[in-house]
Design a protein around this ligand. Structure first.
Ligand code: ATP
Length: 202
């Protein structure tokens, strides 16, 4: 199902971030969102995730409990191993998918390691694997690779694309980096001004 935001308004105090804002995110496509700091990118993801409530308007097509998030920081549970971090979001019968997904991101040999024994790039690969283990239809990504160096970014982009091709989801991908978005996204929007106006840039 496409995700449709219709006539949404969201303000924090006197600061109106979105006013009568509408956009459609097509099903199983990757939509990129760019915009300057403070323009409302994270707010948009939080509205979609249901973490933030709109003041007005509607959001259609987000299935309850079927949203995954990948953040800039990995947010793994430090007291659980890699495998346990993945199993944590799954039902018992879904656990058989953990090993194949870890293989796809090249981390099968690290299944029993704790996050602190992995590099930052490896931990972020675990976050990506976790997002694809969870049976979500919507994946929200907030600057997922911005703390990584150039080579790692490329490696993780490839890992991400491989997983997404095998299990397409609707993805909303926030980044400051246009090159990163161009490599991954089917369409890219720029958030401008406040209240937000959008411009489709590809
Ligand atoms: N919970 C909140 N309470 C009050 N103001 C908020 C809250 N969350 C966000 N804002 C304000 O809303 C505006 C948009 O914030 P948001 O985090 O969505 O921007 P962003 O585009 O993601 O920025 P960045 O690129 O720096 O992460 C900012 O001015 C911010 O201060």
């Amino acid at each position: 199902m496409d995700i449709k935001i219709k006539n949404l308004t969201k303000a924090y105090g006197n600061e109106v971030i979105y006013h009568d804002f509408s956009i459609k995110f097509p099903e199983n496509k990757i939509t990129g969102i760019m915009g300057p700091s403070g323009s409302g990118k994270t707010t948009l993801l939080n509205l979609l995730a249901g973490v933030t409530a709109p003041d007005d308007g509607i959001i259609e097509g987000v299935e309850d409990g079927k949203v995954s998030y990948i953040f800039q920081e990995d947010r793994l549970l430090p007291w659980r191993t890699v495998k346990q971090n993945l199993c944590f979001v799954l039902d018992k019968e879904q656990e058989s998918m953990v090993t194949p997904i870890l293989e796809m991101v090249g981390l099968a040999a690290y299944a029993d390691y704790y996050p602190k024994a992995l590099s930052g790039g490896m931990r972020q690969r675990v976050s990506i694997a976790r997002a694809f283990c969870y049976p979500s239809s919507l994946l929200l990504m907030d600057e997922p690779f911005s703390s990584l160096d150039f080579e790692l970014k490329d490696r993780l982009t490839e890992d991400f694309k491989r997983l997404w091709r095998q299990d397409p989801k609707t993805v909303i991908y926030v980044s400051h980096n246009r090159d990163e978005l161009t490599k991954i996204c089917n369409a890219i929007y720029l958030l401008k001004e406040k209240p937000v106006k959008i411009e489709k840039i590809t």
